[in-house]
Design a protein around this ligand. Structure first.
Ligand code: HEC
Ligand code: HEC
Ligand code: HEC
Ligand code: HEC
Ligand code: HEC
Ligand code: HEC
Length: 234
């Protein structure tokens, strides 16, 4: 045996000198082709996954894609896709709505795969499956309001109680006034300047003298000095 082992060791050492030394990649992948991580390569894994799905990856990267026997988790490099398990589970902290809220309501990253019109794009999975209203997820009642109208409840944090300032007497007023424009500048689309901004709360038209501390307005309708009209207590 020894007689064979030594020449074999020698041969592998020579082979390694030849090949290991000429391999310029410092940490070559043992499982995947060289271009696997390079966006410009025709072997890029991202392109393969979007074409053929990631079922085949689960064999080695685990059913949850968190590593499995490969010990390389997809999520060490990707936050959102492959979508995490709670992505479509209402109430889960990982629910996609919560993720979007955390990005100041920007859905631009979703459009990269689901299409500019949200109808599927290269993901072939349409947001309209669950957001069927005109505009899909950009419909005025996706982030606030209900099927009845876009005014809270729900507010932006999914609250429904009228004692919450962001909910308050919205529905009383919307029914009575027939719209939002008495109190707000109304955007024509989600992306209109002045709609979603960095401020913590919604903007109320200045002529109403909305006072967030006393939760009152000063308007012709509320001029009766004997009465105090408190927005979220009625
Ligand atoms: C070592 C880091 C790393 C790991 C691990 C990784 N990826 Fe990627 N992936 C990348 C990079 C970098 C890109 C290109 C990102 C970009 O678009 O800027 C990418 C892109 C993608 C894309 C295309 C996204 C797009 O917008 O075109 C898909 C799909 C994808 N990866 C799936 C997976 C899956 C599934 C796994 C696990 C089996 C995985 N990736 C593991 C680094 C990684
Ligand atoms: C036969 C097992 C196996 C399959 C199937 C597999 N992988 Fe891997 N993958 C590994 C192993 C092992 C590693 C870690 C060692 C390495 O990089 O070779 C790895 C590493 C990776 C990396 C990181 C590469 C790097 O250079 O750091 C990415 C990205 C990746 N895999 C994506 C995928 C995607 C996407 C799929 C499905 C299309 C997939 N893998 C299928 C075994 C596999
Ligand atoms: C499988 C069904 C489903 C798909 C597909 C889906 N959504 Fe949703 N989404 C929901 C449900 C259900 C809610 C409402 C949860 C609630 O009322 O708290 C929601 C809520 C939202 C919200 C509002 C979050 C909030 O808390 O107010 C946004 C924004 C959103 N989705 C965007 C998208 C986008 C963008 C896509 C496509 C890329 C998409 N959704 C695809 C089911 C889905
Ligand atoms: C890298 C591409 C990519 C990005 C970015 C992406 N998605 Fe997806 N999404 C997909 C693909 C592909 C599917 C189809 C199922 C799967 O592969 O998980 C999907 C499925 C979904 C589903 C489940 C659909 C169903 O009917 O069950 C929801 C919900 C969803 N995406 C929402 C979003 C939201 C919201 C964003 C932005 C925050 C987003 N996605 C970003 C590629 C992507
Ligand atoms: C992607 C989520 C989202 C969608 C879709 C959306 N809104 Fe909003 N809306 C918000 C947020 C966030 C605020 C609070 C903005 C702030 O901080 O001032 C808001 C506030 C408002 C306000 C209060 C005034 C203001 O700008 O602060 C009105 C009125 C309003 N939206 C109407 C609409 C209408 C009309 C549409 C449809 C064309 C719409 N919204 C679609 C997220 C959304
Ligand atoms: C009578 C005046 C009035 C009318 C009418 C009205 N709002 Fe408001 N709205 C308010 C007040 C007051 C607030 C609370 C502002 C604050 O938090 O400081 C508010 C807050 C909001 C918020 C923020 C919710 C949050 O979670 O912070 C949205 C979104 C909103 N309104 C949308 C609408 C829409 C859409 C309509 C029409 C369908 C409408 N409002 C009609 C007075 C009104």
């Amino acid at each position: 045996m020894k007689r064979i082992v030594f020449p074999l060791l020698f041969l592998s050492a020579v082979l390694c000198l030849l090949f290991c030394a000429t391999n310029k990649s410092p940490l070559p992948s043992v499982a995947h082709p060289d271009g696997w991580r390079e966006k410009v390569s025709e072997d890029f894994h991202g392109t393969k996954v979007l074409e053929a799905g990631y079922t085949s990856c689960k064999n080695c990267h685990g059913n949850d894609l968190a590593g499995g026997e490969s010990e390389v988790s997809c999520f060490q490099c990707h936050i959102t896709y492959p979508h995490v398990s709670g992505w479509t589970l209402i109430g889960a902290s990982e629910f996609h709505g919560n993720y979007i809220r955390g990005k100041n309501w920007s859905m631009a990253s979703c459009q990269k795969c689901h299409g500019d019109d949200y109808r599927g794009g290269r993901s072939k999975s349409s947001c309209f499956d669950c957001h069927p209203n005109s505009g899909g997820p950009e419909a005025c009642n996706t982030c606030h309001g209900s099927q009845a109208n876009a005014a809270p409840p729900e507010d932006l944090s999914d609250n429904v109680s009228t004692s919450i300032i962001a909910v308050g007497a919205h529905q009383l007023h919307v029914t009575f006034l027939g719209g939002c424009s008495t109190c707000h500048a109304v955007p024509a689309s989600v992306s209109q300047t002045g709609h979603i901004d960095e401020s913590a709360n919604a903007e109320v038209l200045s002529e109403l003298q909305w006072n967030r501390t006393s939760r009152t307005c000063v308007t012709e309708c509320h001029s009766d000095a004997q009465k105090s009209y408190i927005w979220n207590s009625f």
